[in-house]
Design a protein around this ligand. Structure first.
Ligand code: HEC
Length: 135
């Protein structure tokens, strides 16, 4: 009896894990291999707080290096944060999405735009689909 209840407990534990695994992005994009940290010590305090939120929330399904090394214009970030928020189990509220968006735009303007060659342009949906099929 003991073994059976252990088994039931174990499968109850594994179910949420496998659900999380399904939402993981199963492709590696070029920008995933870049640095996975930003030195935000010179950023204003509210942006440093938003950075923490960003690294916590945006690393759930793919490496945080992905957004850290992707270049986007403000309207593309807006669209993208919404798209990420609406993925199943994203765990990002409207308010949190707004704070993350503010951080991404600040970081885009103050870090990426000054050194565009160090970062990757966003891939189109077609390019991502191709990568997904290739694996
Ligand atoms: C629920 C899972 C999930 C979460 C949470 C998530 N992403 Fe993603 N992300 C993906 C998937 C899957 C892809 C691959 C493209 C696609 O299927 O949309 C992706 C791709 C990307 C890309 C690559 C875009 C390109 O065209 O090169 C960027 C940048 C990105 N995510 C940023 C973020 C940011 C910023 C956050 C936090 C607001 C975030 N992601 C949170 C699943 C997620």
């Amino acid at each position: 009896m003991k073994t059976l209840s252990h088994l039931i407990m174990l499968s109850a534990l594994c179910l949420p894990l496998s659900l999380v695994a399904q939402t993981k992005s199963n492709v590696t994009l070029p920008q995933d291999k870049g640095p996975d940290k930003i030195d935000v010590s010179a950023y204003p305090a509210p942006m440093q707080a938003n950075y923490k939120l960003f690294t916590g929330k945006c690393s759930k399904c793919h490496t945080i290096a992905r957004p850290i090394n992707t270049m986007m214009k403000e309207d593309e970030w807006s669209r993208y944060v919404k798209r990420m928020m609406h993925k199943p189990n994203s765990g990002i509220s409207d308010n949190q999405g707004k704070e993350i968006f503010d951080f991404l735009v600040y970081d885009q303007t103050n870090r990426k735009d000054k050194n565009p060659k160090s970062f990757f342009p966003a891939l189109s949906d077609e390019e991502i689909d191709k990568l997904k099929k290739g694996q």
